[in-house]
Ligand binder design. Structure first.
Ligand SMILES: [Zn+2]
Length: 283
């Protein structure tokens, strides 16, 4: 496998109380991928300046001081450092065409915190993929395959001429945004029991509608909670993720990946393995 997994075991050191966003969801996946002989890259935290490409200074200060808390995203000790390391890992993934497999995730957090009128940040603190995209500054397609709509990413890039945001997600669940396509933010909502064929048909149609002639980079918000039984299940399995990987690989652009949702560590490991094998089979 040529795609490196960007990971630091420091991201396993904190606990989100009473939350499905556990250290095990990443730790178990990492152990699975180690056994599959993936290679790994150790990230550095991003610098404060990188955060300001995306986030409002007042919000950044609140994360630093630990004065931000909502029911999904509490003010955990040292969360500022963990969140900067996760953002730094996304930047390293962007620079090395890698897969950042870190926590906390990022796609629900907008410019000033909770995004597009949603009350919570869905386990997120800084928008890792948005920060990486802004640091590289290229003409980018952000492809969000997490089962939840990336309301934070949409808020950040709405109207940005350098970025197209495309999300395929489950409709009518948290955060309940992404029901319509606006400007450069293209949204495709699917129903909970849709299954692999409907999903893949929708993704093919969505990708087929794009003009990628000027696209220099593809950034994938790689969530795996559409897996059958997970929080945003669309009844997908590892075989479907292999096909999704193949579709993305066949776009033939420099690509990187940032982990978002996916709450069963064993399934996440198997899905990432299948997904990256599918992706690389087309390179
Ligand atoms: Zn999700």
């Amino acid at each position: 496998m040529t795609t490196k997994i960007v990971f630091s075991k420091k991201c396993l050191d904190y606990t989100c109380p009473d939350s499905p966003e556990t250290a095990a969801r990443v730790g178990t996946a990492i152990n699975f991928l180690k056994a599959k002989k993936f290679s790994f890259l150790e990230p550095e935290p991003c610098v404060d300046q990188d955060l300001f490409f995306v986030h409002d200074a007042v919000y950044v200060e609140k994360v630093k001081k630990g004065t931000i808390a909502d029911v999904d995203s509490p003010a955990i000790d040292n969360i500022y450092e963990y969140a900067k390391l996760s953002a730094g890992a996304a930047i390293a993934a962007a620079k090395n065409s890698g897969f950042s497999l870190m926590r906390p995730p990022g796609h629900h957090v907008g410019i000033k915190g909770a995004a597009l009128g949603v009350l919570t940040r869905g386990f997120c603190y800084f928008n890792n993929i948005a920060i990486a995209v802004r640091v590289l500054g290229k003409q980018t397609l952000i492809l969000d395959i997490d089962g939840h709509h990336g309301n934070g990413t949409e808020e950040i890039f709405l109207g940005d001429k350098k970025v197209t945001y495309l999300s395929v997600h489950r409709a009518y669940i948290y955060p309940r945004t992404g029901q319509i396509t606006r400007l450069n933010c293209l949204n495709f909502g699917l129903l909970d029991n849709c299954g692999a064929k409907t999903y893949l048909d929708a993704l093919k149609k969505a990708l087929g509608s794009l003009d990628l002639s000027k696209t220099e980079l593809i950034a994938v918000s790689a969530g795996f909670d559409t897996q059958a039984g997970d929080l945003a299940s669309l009844q997908l399995d590892a075989k479907t993720f292999r096909e999704i990987g193949r579709l993305i690989g066949s776009l033939n652009k420099p690509t990187f990946f940032v982990f978002e949702g996916g709450y069963d560590g064993q399934a996440v490991g198997e899905d990432i393995d299948a997904f990256l094998r599918g992706f690389e089979s087309k390179r």
